[in-house]
Design a protein around this ligand. Structure first.
Ligand SMILES: Nc1ncnc2c1ncn2[C@@H]1O[C@H](COP(=O)(O)OP(=O)(O)O)[C@@H](O)[C@H]1O
Ligand SMILES: [Mg+2]
Length: 155
């Protein structure tokens, strides 16, 4: 599976949720979404859409001091935020590995902090700011199913 990149223009927060939702609708057990981009880029906003696409009705937020939140919809979603971590303790690493390579769907904010072997095979979403509220999402994945869903027309 050669990973290739699709670039998606995301003009508003609502579009970011729709992008997440489109990916949530096609998500399969074991999918991993590795989110990178600065504070305020829209990573949590993306995960809100992803949860919606997975038929999760519990609101997704970014609670302080919680590293992982588990939601249940069509599949289990693990929402991981590594922002507050200085270093990843071995116990946490073990739990993350189990969830990343398990039967659920995982979305990791600040995924650049994950060790390389935990990033393997994941879909990487690099979020960059553009003019105004605009964002540009570069999705790199070996999975055509995900690249296609991301390249949808959000209008
Ligand atoms: N095009 C856009 N995509 C995503 N978020 C946007 C966009 N435009 C504005 N926003 C706003 O930017 C903020 C992004 O916050 P959040 O998703 O929590 O970012 P992060 O989790 O990357 O820190 C939200 O307030 C959101 O409404
Ligand atoms: Mg966030």
């Amino acid at each position: 599976m050669t990973a290739t990149t699709v670039v998606v223009r995301v003009p508003t927060a609502e579009h970011m949720r729709r992008l997440g939702s489109a990916l949530g609708q096609v998500a399969q057990a074991g999918d991993r979404f590795l989110l990178e981009g600065p504070f305020g880029a829209g990573k949590t906003t993306f995960v809100q859409g992803l949860a919606h696409g997975l038929d999760i009705t519990t609101p997704v937020g970014s609670p302080s001091f919680v590293i992982e939140t588990r939601y249940t919809g069509r599949l289990v979603l693990y929402h991981v935020d590594l922002y507050r971590l200085d270093r990843i303790e071995p116990e946490l690493l073990e739990a993350l590995e189990e969830h990343l390579f398990g039967e659920g769907v995982t979305a990791v904010e600040w995924a650049e902090r994950l060790p390389g072997d935990l990033r393997l095979g994941g879909a990487r979403l690099l979020i960059k700011a553009e003019d105004g509220d605009g964002r540009r999402v570069e999705l790199t994945s070996g999975d055509e199913r995900l690249r296609r869903a991301a390249a949808f027309d959000p209008e």
